[in-house]
Design a protein around this ligand. Sequence first.
Ligand code: DAH
Length: 352
Amino acid sequence: MSSTTTASDLVASAEALVETGRKTIADAGSLAELDDVERKLLGKASPLNEIREAIKSVDASERGAVGQAMGAAREALTEALAARRGGLSAAARAASLVHDRLDLTLGGSGYRRGHMHPVTRIWRELEDVFVGLGYTIAEGPEVETDWYNFEALNFPPGHPARAMQDTLYVKLGKPEEVLLRTHTSPVQVRVMEARRPPIYVVALGRTFRRDTLDARHSPVFHQIECLTVDRGITLGDLLGTVEAFIHALFGPNISARFNPSFFPFTEPSVEFSMTCVFCEGAGCAVCSRTGWVELGGAGMVDPKVFEAVGIDSEEFTGFAFGFGIDRVVQLLYGVDHVKNLWDGDVRFAAQL
Ligand code: DAH
């Protein structure tokens, strides 16, 4: 401002400032821009401040009018700023409601849940089936004595049937006295020692043999054992029960077939097969074109076993059967090599 500035000049510039200020305020497109505008209009380097400086050069009597005009200008600009700020923040809030909205109806990407191991799944299904048939679940130790695993089951020392079960012995007690159970059949003996008939139990558990790992053999595997002891139990009950659980587990098109066999603890003994679940009996690669898949062993409890546990074989008869759970899982899920079940590779497990 020049030294010839008059009070009315200053009043006019204050009024003009309001005019142009309102426009810049209206032009501010965001709250950040508006902060900038505010600094320029009302801050230290603002034209309003220049008027305040220039006021010194007008006559003292006229300074009041200039001061009033400045005050009015400041007030008008402050008001305009507040109004614009209100408008802009409402708009910003509205925009953020649109952009930052959480749509709770969207499904989201979810997270991956694990699932039961297929052997656990079939294990539990088997338990369900037998509990449904009126059986209870029994358990026995994985480390057994020769008595329960062999002797009481009528495998005398040196019996060739022992040699078929490649036993893993444990360095406990006398040599070859303690072992990792080679089957779940010892649970039969434990149950019959502990309670009197009628007995309707199944025992599922881990079993061990000195097997070399191949597609269908593993040194650690799982079996289910069924034992029924009551008055008047016949081979017909065995066949009917095997057929019933196979139907329950695999459906009505899958049935059971029995072939004569030998086990020391059953007489007579049979091996049983079920219809191949893949070709339903037509013959395919899985069942070597026979239409049947071998499942396990069974038979009527040998009187020698009853004798070992003190059950009168004149009063009671019974049947037993057992088979590998892993084998069933391999069949059902089409697992070509048993090691895949236990490698713990999540890429494999995720497919099942
Ligand atoms: N324990 C036999 C095995 O592992 C299978 C078996 C056969 C179980 C006959 C039984 C049975 O209960 O009666 O080879």
